[in-house]
Design a protein around this ligand. Structure first.
Ligand code: AP5
Ligand code: MG
Ligand code: ZN
Length: 218
């Protein structure tokens, strides 16, 4: 069977990570998140992690070459043979083109770019109340999606923390960078007939249902 590669497109705080975790269970393909991969590198103290940190702390994008290499290496792992849910990648036109080249070299292609649309006001509310698991990367929200026990991950019992780039100042910077460098991908995928738009301002379960409906309609 042809592998299914889905791209989750959307601003910081749109719910890409939240929805990807749910899609993993529904579709049985792995979640590949460039931001999570950078954070894993950083927690291990690798050279790549330390390089990425300089950009992430300022809300800027990590350079395309290192980002593309890291994600394509991940996609070459055996568990991605049936496809993957890409979250936070591609984030520039150059990254999108590099992904297409790599897939088409293997006779593969992107199935759909799923654009989760959320207003800027709501994005800032979500980023301001987000808590992330240090262990497994699961995300929570203090109001919209609280853990059963404060400060503790429901899934693995790990400790929850607030991401360094979720401060109001850095979050705003990330949104600026998104509108400048990533939002053009919406038009890019629309022109290729791959764009599917989902209203991301509904409750988490409703967004999930909307995504599944679109995916199953493919
Ligand atoms: P990355 O980790 O990708 O962050 P991001 O794109 O800024 O996205 P977020 O993780 O902030 O948001 P999300 O959409 O996953 O939302 P979530 O599900 O958590 O990137 C971080 C940095 O790494 C970048 O700034 C850059 O430096 C670097 N980087 C990464 N990829 C790169 C690339 N390709 N190229 C270059 N640099 C790269 O949800 C947010 C909150 O809202 C949570 O609290 C959640 O509980 C809540 N929530 C979710 N859905 C709902 C809902 N429907 N209703 C109410 N609350 C909700
Ligand atoms: Mg995320
Ligand atoms: Zn956890």
């Amino acid at each position: 069977m042809e592998p299914n590669y889905y791209i989750l497109l959307g601003a910081p705080g749109a719910g890409k990570g939240t929805q990807a975790a749910m899609l993993v269970l529904a579709l049985g393909i792995p979640h590949v998140a460039s931001g999570d991969l950078f954070r894993e590198h950083l927690s291990k103290g690798t050279e790549l992690g330390l390089l990425a940190k300089q950009y992430m702390d300022e809300g800027k994008l990590v350079p395309d070459d290192v980002t593309v290499r890291m994600v394509l290496d991940r996609l070459a792992q055996p568990d991605c043979a049936k496809g993957a849910i890409l979250d936070g990648f591609p984030r520039t036109i150059a990254q999108a083109q590099a992904l297409e080249r790599a897939l088409s070299a293997n006779g593969q292609r992107i199935k759909a770019a799923l654009y989760i649309k959320v207003s800027t006001e709501e994005l800032l509310r979500r980023l301001g109340g987000r808590y992330t698991c240090k262990n497994c990367g699961a995300v929570y929200h203090i109001v919209f999606d609280p853990p059963k026990q404060p400060g503790v991950c429901d899934k693995c019992g790990g400790p929850l923390y607030q991401r360094a780039d979720d401060t109001p100042e850095t979050a705003k910077k990330r949104l600026d960078v998104y509108f400048q460098q990533t939002a053009p991908l919406i038009e890019y995928y629309r022109q290729q007939g791959l764009l599917r738009e989902i209203d991301g301002e509904q409750p988490i379960e409703a967004v999930h249902a909307a995504l599944l409906k679109v995916i199953r309609g493919e």
